[in-house]
Write a protein that binds this ligand. Structure first.
Ligand code: NAD
Ligand code: MG
Length: 298
């Protein structure tokens, strides 16, 4: 019997824990060009039919956390539509390949979430092509560091709010009428909602708004049988971080200030998105699930 026991892994060493090489890409960046490449569970996630024949839409499903959710959902038996920016096509094509390898349908819908018309069209098109909509993961996000409020550019402020906050309203307006009881909406907030960094003042404010949005929408749609929850990641190794999300000089120590002493990988969030999307969390709504390496949200 003992030979069959699954070996527990040392979580401090389970994923990359060395200093990250300094690197920069123009926004929004590609997983393909990162060193090391974020681990989105491509070779590790094993599904158990927890989302069999569900239909999911994931924004920012090309890379990072959204890609990890897309791969996991497909391996759990879901058909998956992803949105992303047109320049991210190479990453999106890789995700398409993983979804199809899992035997599921992959639908790619590129476009800019700062545009209300696109947001609404995205939801309608995804629901039409998937034949319905059971799960919507609002995961796309925009983060640019800025150290001085006097120099914070209004164009950046507006773009950060449009992508991180307004798009959630527009997409939910289109999705809720299409969703049936049992559907699940999952937003992606951040530890920044609770412990904002001084140089992410606009981004952190949007992430706090996402928490409020999640809780308020959950209350609005509970009677329709729709659940709304949020995942609040801590430092996770993704393209967002190397495209102006932080100072390049702070890349090598990224995640070192967590109790675990390392940044997380997108793969370490996949199970939480699956849980919140699945029936296993049927009494969970208006909640925020932290995945922070120990720095906790509240
Ligand atoms: P990522 O860069 O891999 O994913 C973000 C995605 O957002 C991009 O792939 C892109 O497709 C999408 N996006 C950005 N601007 C867009 C626009 N205008 N139109 C359409 N799509 C757009 O990085 P990630 O870290 O996986 O980010 C996913 C979510 O996780 C974001 O909401 C981010 O704020 C959140 N988050 C990340 C961390 C972290 O440390 N990486 C921590 C907390 C929260
Ligand atoms: Mg991307």
């Amino acid at each position: 019997m003992q030979n069959n026991r699954q070996k527990a892994k040392n979580v401090t060493k389970k994923y990359y824990s060395k200093p990250y090489p300094k690197q920069h890409q123009p926004y929004p960046g590609l997983d393909k060009k990162m060193t090391p490449k974020p681990d989105c569970g491509e070779t590790s996630y094993v599904g158990h039919n927890l989302l069999l024949n569900r239909r999911a839409l994931i924004t920012g499903g090309d890379s990072g956390i959204g890609r990890a959710a897309a791969i996991a959902f497909a391996r759990e038996g879901a058909d998956v539509a992803i949105s992303y920016l047109p320049v991210e096509e190479p990453d999106a094509q890789e995700v398409k390949k993983y979804i199809e390898q899992a035997g599921r349908r992959a639908i790619l819908i590129p476009g800019d979430l700062a545009d209300e018309k696109f947001c609404k069209k995205l939801v309608r098109e995804a629901a039409k092509k998937l034949g319905g909509l059971d799960i919507m993961v609002l995961n796309a996000g925009y983060q640019q560091y800025s150290i001085d409020i006097e120099k914070l550019d209004t164009a950046q402020l507006e773009r950060t709010f449009a992508i991180n906050v307004f798009s959630m309203f527009w997409m939910s307006q289109a999705a809720v009428p299409l969703m049936k009881p049992g559907a699940s909406i999952i937003t992606t907030s951040s530890i920044q909602a609770y412990k904002p960094s001084e140089d992410l003042i606009d981004y952190a404010t949007t992430k706090a708004a996402i928490v409020a949005f999640t809780r308020a929408l959950a209350k609005q749609v509970a009677k329709r049988g729709i659940r709304v929850n949020s995942v609040a990641p801590g430092p996770i190794w993704t393209a967002l971080q190397v495209c102006g999300g932080r100072k390049t000089s702070s890349i090598p120590t990224f995640g070192k200030d967590t109790p675990m002493g390392r940044a997380g990988q997108p793969a370490e969030l996949a199970g939480v998105y699956v849980l919140l999307a699945s029936d296993a969390s049927s009494y969970t709504t208006a909640e925020v699930y932290g995945v922070t390496g120990g720095n906790h949200t509240m």
